[in-house]
Design a protein around this ligand. Structure first.
Ligand SMILES: [Zn+2]
Length: 289
């Protein structure tokens, strides 16, 4: 059978449309209120990020967070991806086999590390953390995403309120840093290789997840139950936010500002505006063991 050209074209268009329909709708940070149209959960009552307040959070007897295999080097090389929304690193297993895990804090169960990504501002001093503390916004926020081990994969975990746990590490820019963070600097130095959206690069240095925590004080945190801060905004995340920032040079942080979105526009201010706390409780843990 010979198809006439118009019919062939029609069938090709139909196939192309079906493929497009299966992919998730596009979104960006220009108007985050529009996310709700394609992703209704973004209008939920337990959304992130929020302002964390020293005065309205309750000091709690929650245990400290426990870190396992955070010092173990990753078994494979890390791939840094500019996905058009952030710079993202999917974490492989460690040389010992298992992935790094966290327990304790507000968590029930064991959560294994999946990926690391960043939120940042724009040239000229615009700050870009997602969470604020007493109304104060930091320059950069690192998210270390973990999945509850009782779920098979991240997609499944996103369907459950106890599915994901994210650690948030803040960064502030300083002129003369007192501490050097070799692992983070390796990541920042790799950013110019993923300027364009949908490009990736391999990080050849051997890193462990501790490199992404730096020397942050993990005994001090705010914890609450919230959501992914990007579509589909699943209300599946237990947050632990460390309020004491790492202090890093402007030269390093400026490398984020070179990244581009899929449409070629600069990838700046990739943070979601603050969401309402509603009836949620924020827990505050200070010092101690
Ligand atoms: Zn994030």
């Amino acid at each position: 059978m010979v198809l006439r050209k118009p019919l062939l074209l029609f069938l090709q268009l139909l196939a192309a449309r079906q493929i497009a329909d299966q992919s998730a709708p596009q979104w960006d940070y220009r108007d985050t209120n529009r996310w709700i149209a394609d992703y209704p959960t973004c209008g939920g009552s337990q959304q992130s990020p929020i302002n964390l307040d020293h005065y309205t959070s309750i000091g709690s007897l929650k245990p400290a967070l426990k870190f396992r295999n955070y010092a173990q080097p990753f078994a494979g090389r890390l791939t840094l991806v500019n996905n058009g929304h952030t710079a993202d690193i999917v974490l492989p297993e460690t040389v010992r086999g298992p992935r790094p895990t966290i327990t304790g804090g507000l968590l029930d169960g064991v959560y294994e590390a999946q990926s690391v990504h960043f939120h940042w501002g724009a040239p000229g001093g615009a700050r870009g953390s997602e969470h604020t503390v007493n109304g104060y916004r930091y320059d950069v926020e690192i998210h270390i995403v973990h999945k509850n081990m009782k779920y098979g994969n991240a997609q499944e975990a996103m369907q459950h309120p106890d599915g994901l746990a994210v650690l948030a590490v803040m960064i502030n820019i300083v002129d003369i840093p007192q501490t050097y963070y070799p692992g983070l600097n390796i990541v920042f130095n790799s950013l110019p290789r993923v300027r364009a959206a949908n490009t990736n690069t391999t990080i050849i240095n051997q890193l462990s997840l501790n490199h992404f925590l730096g020397d942050v004080d993990t005994r001090n945190f705010f914890a609450y139950r919230g959501s992914l801060t990007t579509p589909p905004c699943s209300e599946a995340v237990t947050w632990h936010v460390f309020p004491r920032p790492l202090l890093i040079s402007r030269e390093m942080i400026q490398r984020f500002f070179e990244l581009r979105q899929t449409n070629g526009a600069p990838l700046w201010n990739n943070y979601r505006p603050l969401q309402a706390l509603n009836r949620r409780q924020v827990y505050r843990r200070k010092g101690g063991i």
